[in-house]
Design a protein around this ligand. Structure first.
Ligand code: ASP
Length: 585
């Protein structure tokens, strides 16, 4: 028997017991004739003490111990003279009478402590050691708890978890697919699913009624802090539902998670239309932890011979409270911020509404104090506030104002990680026009139903059609999204037509779904949550990587197993793949 107890288990009540523990050596300290060893496992740390009177062989083994050795120690639980109230086992120690080294360890490349000396890269290379650090392990424990809560919540409500295939078919819509060559079908490829979308809809046609799956999805996109090439969704679908039915269940699920994990009560979620979100927050995922809404000034700011404004499609402002005292340097910083290529504004106009009621702006040449007061009023500014104004084409300027608003939120400390403001964003446009390819794309995916009252517009003005779709947004992060689906073959055909598919192309790509809809498809809808994002938000982390056991880096590489990697010529031959020599690696 390797152990009678874990390293996090023993308390003062256990004093006098003979025990046996196994774990990793965290630290060895010598104090005169005594040696103390901190023994660690997943459950905690227990102090071992090898006293003056310990058997010689125990003293010898302990003298050879190094960090991260795996040992087994036997002895008696005793009360500690100097207690450590920072750990749960801090009242006791083990008076050791036998030590067995189960496995030696080289000196680890970084310290296995919450405050480690290892940089990002080295920790990723030795991720299995990084995962020994309690602060990293805790994130995965939290993730596990969340998965359990989700499974139970949904199972209790008649959802059943069904696995859908991982080797599926490539589709031209959506993000780029990861593809897998087929040996048995030379020249043909599977694709890894970007989501189980069509399969879950087929399950509804099969009468499963309520489905969920905690499932890996794959998208070959450029990576950012909150993106990984493979990520996990809580994927769900329900039959005989309308938008409100889906929202009720999943709002309930999120509320349940907040209560159980964070101990917070979330009130009923607000619903905001897409256009309101865009016009007031500049994006479709508003951070409602703070105000500073965008205010349009187009009508009041034109006509004073300031060419930039007079020729602008749109003029919008945010009002930063108590920032009228900003220095030249601070204003320059903000100007630089909006001019960065990622944001792309041409410049920034400011108006200081000074505490004494006077106005000072970067466009004083063109506007009188009375003019500026009108803007300030429109923005409901108070003396002491600062207006920050951007101009340009409306739907280019709004996202820039969104970034500026978030930046000001950060600077003013208004984005508290322990405050949670979820909402539903609804009434998205069904279709998005792409100038480059001169065609419409589905904003959500091609199976999303239009709002019933907008269906006639599909023939006359497709860009105006609103989708029966909804996103759940928390603190500026889209944590989930879904829609009521099209369940009628004729409407689905019309949708494919709007997307520029010929009937033959639609048949070739999605014939199975169109076919299934001919055999009695129930009205259905669903959604999917980004599980990694949710977990990282609950853990209070900035990156989803920290809630993934073995994540990839920014270039999509797993530096621990060194993947992706080349494959042997024989494997390529078997697959009938010849690599082009003229393409650089
Ligand atoms: N499959 C969708 C997605 O991955 C979610 C949904 O519509 O249920 O975004």
């Amino acid at each position: 028997m390797y152990r009678t107890h874990t390293c996090g288990e023993l308390r003062l009540e256990d004093a006098g017991k003979s025990v046996c523990l196994s774990g990793w050596v965290q630290k060895v300290r010598k104090l005169g004739a005594m040696t103390f060893v901190d023994l660690r496992d997943r459950y905690g740390i227990t102090q071992l003490v090898v006293g003056e009177n310990a058997p010689e062989e125990v003293k010898n083994s302990v003298a050879k111990l190094g960090r991260e050795f795996v040992i087994q120690a036997k002895g008696t639980v005793i009360e500690r003279a100097s207690k450590n109230n920072k750990i749960l086992t801090g009242d006791i120690e083990i008076d050791v009478n036998e030590v067995n080294v189960l496995s030696e360890s080289e000196v680890p490349p970084f310290t296995i402590e919450d405050q480690t000396d290892g940089g990002d890269e080295i920790r990723m290379k030795y991720r299995y050691l990084d995962l020994r650090r309690p602060c990293v392990r805790k994130n995965l424990e939290l993730r596990h708890r969340m998965a359990q809560l989700v499974r139970n919540y949904l199972s209790e409500r008649n959802f059943i978890e069904v696995e859908t295939p991982v080797l599926i078919k490539s589709t031209p819509e959506g993000a780029r697919d990861f593809v897998v060559p087929s040996r048995m079908n030379r020249g043909q490829f599977y694709a890894l699913p970007q989501s189980p979308q069509t399969f879950k809809q087929l399950l509804m046609v099969s009468g499963f009624d309520r489905y969920f799956q905690i499932v890996k999805c794959f998208r070959d996109e450029d990576l950012r802090a909150d993106r990984q090439p493979e990520f996990t969704q809580i994927d769900c679908e329900m039959s005989f539902v309308e938008q409100e039915d889906v929202q009720e269940i999943f709002e309930g699920m999120i509320r349940h998670l907040f209560k159980e994990i964070r101990g917070v009560d979330i009130p009923k979620l607000e619903k905001m239309t897409w256009i309101d979100a865009m016009e007031q927050y500049g994006c479709d995922k508003p951070d409602l932890r703070f105000g500073m809404k965008i205010v349009e000034l187009t009508d009041v700011a034109k006509g004073k011979n300031f060419a930039v404004f007079d020729s602008a499609d749109y003029i919008g402002a945010i009002c930063a409270p108590k920032c009228a005292g900003y220095t030249r340097k601070q204003l320059d910083e903000l100007t630089e911020f909006v001019k960065r290529s990622q944001i792309g504004a041409k410049g920034l106009v400011y108006v200081k509404y000074n505490e004494d009621g006077t106005m000072k702006s970067s466009v004083d040449k063109f506007y009188t104090e009375a003019d500026l007061k009108v803007w300030a009023e429109r923005c409901q500014a108070e003396p002491g506030d600062l207006l920050l104004i951007l101009v340009g084409p409306k739907f280019k300027t709004l996202p820039q104002l969104c970034e500026l608003r978030l930046e000001m939120g950060n600077r003013l400390g208004l984005r508290d990680k322990n405050v949670f403001k979820p909402l539903w964003v609804v009434d998205f446009p069904l279709l998005e026009w792409d100038e480059e390819t001169q065609r419409f794309y589905a904003m959500h995916h091609p199976f999303t139903a239009p709002k019933t009252e907008d269906i006639p517009l599909m023939d006359t003005d497709p860009g105006k059609v609103r989708a029966n779709a909804y996103d759940m947004v928390i603190n500026g992060v889209e944590v989930g999204g879904g829609s009521i689906r099209i369940h009628d073959s004729a409407l689905q055909a019309k949708m494919f037509d709007c997307l520029g598919f010929t009937p033959e192309a639609a048949q070739a790509q999605f014939g199975f779904l169109i076919g299934a809809f001919k055999y009695g498809a129930p009205p259905h809808g669903g959604l999917a949550f980004g599980f990694d994002r949710l977990a990282s938000m609950f853990a209070g982390l900035d990156s989803i990587r920290d809630v993934i056991a073995f994540p990839k880096n920014n270039s999509g590489r797993d530096v621990m197993i060194d993947s992706p990697s080349e494959i042997a010529q024989e494997q390529l031959d078997e697959l009938g793949i010849e690599l082009r020599k003229d393409i650089e690696k």
